[in-house]
Design a protein. Structure first.
Length: 196
C-alpha cells in the first residue's frame, strides 16, 4: 500500500460519521447507516432515528391507547429499542421493527390496566353534528386496527401514503386500500351517530 493510500485510509477513519453519498455503488437507506452507526458505538446517532420514527410510533399509539399515556409510551418504546437494537437482524427493517414494538406495547398497556367504565343515561345524550377532533379520534379508535393505524398516521401525524408504507413496512397499495376503506367506515360511523 502506498503512502498516499495509507493517508487516505487514515483520513477516512478519522472523519465524523456521514451517511453514504448517493453516488456510491452500495447505496443504503439512511436508516441502515444510522442503525449500523449506533451498533458500532455512536449512540448519539439514535437521536436521528428518533426524529425520523417518533411521529409514526406516536400515531400507532394514539390509535390504540389513551392520549395521556402516549408520550410516556413513546419514550419507553425508544428506550427499549435502543437497548434491544442488537437483536435487529436487518437494519433496513428498523421502521417495521419499531412499529411492531409500539403495537405490542399498546397491547401490553391494556393487559396491565383493565379499567371498567359505568355507562349512564347521561352518556347517551345526542351530540351535535359538528364534531371535535377528539370525537373524530374516538370514532377512529373504534375502527379495525389496520384502518385505525393508517388513518391516524395520515391525519394526525401528517404522513403521506408513501411515507406510511416506507415506515411501517406495508406496501403502498395496502396503505391506499386501508386509507380508503378506513375513511369509508369512518364516514359511516359519523353519519350513523349524527342521524336521529
Amino acid at each position: 500500500m502506498s503512502e498516499a493510500e495509507a493517508t487516505a485510509d487514515m483520513l477516512l477513519m478519522t472523519h465524523p460519521f456521514t451517511a453514504p453519498s448517493q453516488t456510491e455503488e452500495t447505496e443504503q437507506p439512511l436508516e441502515v447507516a444510522l442503525v449500523k452507526a449506533v451498533l458500532s458505538g455512536e449512540r448519539d446517532r439514535f437521536a436521528r432515528l428518533y426524529e425520523m420514527y417518533a411521529p409514526m410510533v406516536h400515531g400507532i399509539l394514539l390509535a390504540r391507547v389513551p392520549r395521556g399515556e402516549v408520550d410516556d409510551l413513546v419514550q419507553d418504546i425508544f428506550l427499549h429499542a435502543l437497548r434491544k437494537l442488537h437483536t435487529l437482524r436487518d437494519a433496513a427493517a428498523f421502521g417495521p421493527w419499531i412499529a411492531m414494538i409500539a403495537r405490542n406495547r399498546a397491547m401490553d398497556f391494556y393487559r396491565r390496566s383493565r379499567e371498567t367504565v359505568e355507562v349512564t343515561e347521561q352518556m347517551a345524550i345526542e351530540r351535535p353534528p359538528n364534531r371535535t377532533a377528539r370525537e373524530i379520534l374516538d370514532f377512529i379508535c373504534h375502527l379495525p386496527d389496520a384502518y385505525r393505524e393508517t388513518l391516524v398516521l395520515r391525519f394526525v401525524e401528517g404522513m403521506t401514503g408513501p411515507e406510511i408504507a416506507a415506515r411501517t413496512g406495508l406496501t403502498p397499495a395496502s396503505v391506499r386500500v386501508n386509507l380508503h376503506r378506513g375513511m369509508k367506515m369512518l364516514r359511516q360511523k359519523i353519519g350513523a351517530v349524527a342521524r336521529p
